[in-house]
Design a protein around this ligand. Structure first.
Ligand code: KPL
Length: 325
């Protein structure tokens, strides 16, 4: 018997959002989806392929709305019992996604952001009047095989923790930690976000520029470059008040390169599908914090520039296939 059918909403029906849905369901907590991909509220058949390739099906409530089509009263009514919204959209969609629903959420509702990169929490926390905010990062792998069919492609740690406002209530915190494998609640969540940022700052642009799988970065020809990316990041994080151990971070980056050797990074996939990348929230975030502290980070700037050049070949001519959420 599900704990509560309607007190958790997942904003965004991408691969990670659907993976979290299935993990919550396996823990007897049924969430609902809020998505811009469809219009109107309906029951949706979902398919999940787990790591052992076992396929299961379920039925989820999906509240869909499009930019043009808002049903404020309906939305407010449908979301009146929501206590937690897990935002699983691309970093560049977070601000818009949260802005779209915030006015329909109950005052005590908590928001959890789960995305690659850093930065959106700074925009979102300015918007929240009463709602508390948490942030998180996950290294779990998931692939969308069809709009409502995801496959889990890898295990990985997930770190969640408080960002601002009223903290997440204990029962929901325990529910999340119980549902998401290898998850931890961390009061110093920023340290983990910077650590994941280092992984993405090294792996994502390099695999995209060189059109290779993550494992190719284990080649010694990348050692110096990866070392420079990490050194710049560690210095910026320190100026931002987060002390990171460079050796620990370097080992983490290489651990992920090994564990995900056969994967294409999300940025590589974004470019392959002519979608906007998350570069502004990965290397771009390091650069923006560096500027704030009058630090230079040449290598990260160079990578940002190279990715922007690649993106400009399709984004400006309107070929982008940006996902809705
Ligand atoms: O998070 C990732 C991504 O591709 O965005 C890593 C960990 C690098 C795995 O590919």
């Amino acid at each position: 018997m599900p704990i509560n059918a309607n007190n958790i909403a997942i904003l965004g029906a991408g691969a990670i959002g659907q993976l979290i849905y299935h993990q919550l369901e396996a823990a007897d907590a049924k969430a609902i989806f809020i998505t811009k991909g469809v219009s109107g509220t309906h029951q949706q058949n979902l398919t999940f392929t787990n790591l052992a390739k076992k396929v299961s099906c379920s039925l989820a409530t999906v509240i869909g709305f499009t930019q043009q089509e808002y049903h404020p009263k309906n939305l407010q009514h449908q979301l009146q019992n929501i206590e937690l919204v897990i935002v699983c959209v691309k970093a560049y969609q977070v601000n818009d996604a949260v802005s779209s629903v915030i006015k329909y959420l109950p005052k005590h509702c908590h928001i959890l952001l789960l995305h690659n990169g850093m930065g959106p929490h700074l925009q979102v926390q300015k918007k929240l009047l009463t709602q508390g905010l948490s942030v998180g990062t996950t290294s779990q792998g998931a692939l969308k095989l069809a709009p409502w069919h995801v496959q889990q492609t890898g295990t990985g740690d997930s770190h969640l923790g408080p960002a601002s406002g009223i903290p997440l209530v204990k029962n929901l915190k325990l529910l999340l930690l119980n549902a998401i494998p290898q998850s931890l609640w961390c009061d110093t969540i920023l340290t983990y976000l910077w650590q994941k940022l280092a992984i993405n700052a090294a792996i994502n642009p390099l695999t995209t520029i060189d059109k290779c799988r993550n494992g190719a970065l284990a080649d010694p020809s990348y050692t110096l470059l990866i070392n420079k990316i990490i050194t710049e990041l560690v210095n910026v994080a320190q100026a931002d008040g987060v002390v990171l151990d460079k050796l620990v971070i370097t080992n983490k980056v290489y651990e992920v390169i090994t564990h995900t050797a056969s994967n294409y990074s999300s940025m590589h996939q974004d470019v392959t599908h002519k979608r906007q990348t998350e570069i502004d929230y990965i290397n771009g975030y390091i650069i923006s914090r560096a500027k704030k502290h009058h630090l230079s980070c040449q290598i990260n700037e160079q990578l940002l520039h190279q990715i922007k050049t690649i993106e400009s070949q399709y984004l400006t001519i309107g070929l982008s296939d940006n996902p809705t959420y």
